[in-house]
Design a binder for this molecule. Structure first.
Ligand SMILES: Cc1ncc(COP(=O)(O)O)c(C=O)c1O
Length: 386
């Protein structure tokens, strides 16, 4: 089956020289992190969603340099495990700017987060609600609602979130238990390219919040609109201000004193990381040129399996294009990055570049075949940090 992803042959500006230079100095496989891209994307999303407090979803790329960049910009953090909380703690990020959004947690994890200073936690059912009875004086809960997103590449409402019709019963139970549910949250699904999913979810949640606020003195005034903001995998350009325009309009209709949060992961980090791999071997099999690289789907390209992402590629050869396969370094046949793409003839030592490789890539890689992880290079300091 032909692979439809964007493949660029050749170089603009000094790209090729830069990648060759980095490969020569640090070796491959390499993941190159450019903090200026995170800064641009954070600022662009902040401007596209004025008044919305951004909490970076640490799971997308739990790397110290990224966390430090977001922290410097004044952003908050969304954690979903004790490990992510520990990571922030180790980096001395202020706990009060962190929310815990995993709807199902061990008690130990709740206590770790509380000790760290987290006061906002997400739940999506009454069993989880009851876990907070001992901590009710210290927390404000956010109830996650499920809105199925068949159009998103990753439908995050399949596993978590209550139905809208269940919200009032859960909130009523919380009121009986004296646990404050301060608002609602949702996730429209990751890599969601239709902002109307956000709009519909905002409208439905706000209607329920208004109704519950009219019935009770325990006011709900937090709406967490989750993540889902897309990366530019198809290289057509994501104009985030344009994308968010309908979301802005929907948010403008909410009471001005409501606290609106978002949990962006992918949009903030995807474009900030570039993968550099080398061709380590080649073969001709059934009329196709096969190139074996030093990174693959068990490594930095793991998002092709877990995240269903398809990363834009770039090579620097010249001449005719041939049907080609790019395979990773492990012994497994699943370890194929691109099944049938048109490439010029490549040679051992040539570079293959993967773009938009910051989100859910290094985060989900394995060490299968005892192969080392791609090293993580911070472009700002030109230091390998892993
Ligand atoms: C609860 C939660 N919040 C935020 C995110 C980040 O979403 P995205 O990367 O689509 O922005 C995720 C992704 O899995 C998530 O599960």
């Amino acid at each position: 089956m032909a692979d439809e992803r964007p493949v660029k042959v050749g170089s603009t500006d000094n790209e090729e020289a830069l990648y060759r230079d980095l490969a020569r100095e640090f070796g491959t496989p390499l993941l190159v992190y450019d903090q200026t891209v995170v800064e641009q994307h954070y600022n662009a999303l902040s401007e596209a969603l004025p008044g919305v407090r951004l909490f970076y979803a640490v799971k997308a790329l739990p790397q110290a340099q990224v966390i430090q960049t977001i922290d410097r910009l004044g952003g908050g953090f969304d954690v979903a495990s004790g490990g992510e909380t520990d990571l922030l703690l180790g980096l001395k990020v202020f706990g009060r700017r962190t929310i815990h959004t995993h709807p199902v947690k061990k008690d130990e994890e709740i206590r770790t987060a509380l000790r760290y200073g987290v006061t906002t936690f997400v739940i999506d059912n009454t069993y989880e609600l009851e876990k907070f009875i001992p901590y009710r004086s210290r927390v404000g809960l956010v109830l996650r609602v499920s809105f199925r997103s068949p159009g998103a590449i990753v439908d995050l409402s399949r596993k978590f979130g209550c139905n809208l019709a269940e919200v009032s019963a859960i909130v009523r139970r919380a009121n009986e238990l004296g646990v404050h549910v301060k608002g609602l949250s949702f996730h429209v699904g990751s890599q969601c390219t239709d902002a109307n999913k956000h709009v519909e979810s905002i409208e439905k949640c706000s209607a329920v919040m208004h109704q519950l606020n009219a019935e009770s003195s325990n006011l709900m005034n937090v709406l967490d609109i989750g993540g889902g903001f897309p990366a530019d995998y198809d290289r057509k350009g994501v104009r985030i201000s344009e994308f968010c325009a309908p979301i802005r309009r929907a948010l403008a209709g909410l009471p001005p004193d409501w606290d609106i949060l978002a949990e962006p992961g992918r949009y903030l980090v995807a474009a900030a990381v570039t993968s550099i791999t080398s061709v380590v071997g080649r073969s001709v099999r059934d009329g196709l040129n096969w190139y074996y690289l030093d990174d693959g789907v068990y490594g930095s390209y793991s998002g092709q399996i877990y995240d269903h992402a398809c990363y834009p590629l770039q090579v620097f050869g010249e001449g005719d294009l041939y049907r080609s396969v790019l395979a990773g370094p492990t012994c497994d046949s699943i370890d194929i990055i691109a099944e049938d793409i048109m490439l010029p003839a490549l040679h051992t030592g040539d570079l293959v570049i993967g773009h938009e490789m910051g989100a859910y890539t290094a985060a989900t890689r394995t060490r299968f075949n005892s192969l080392p992880d791609a090293r993580f290079l911070d472009l700002a300091t030109r230091k390998v940090v892993d």
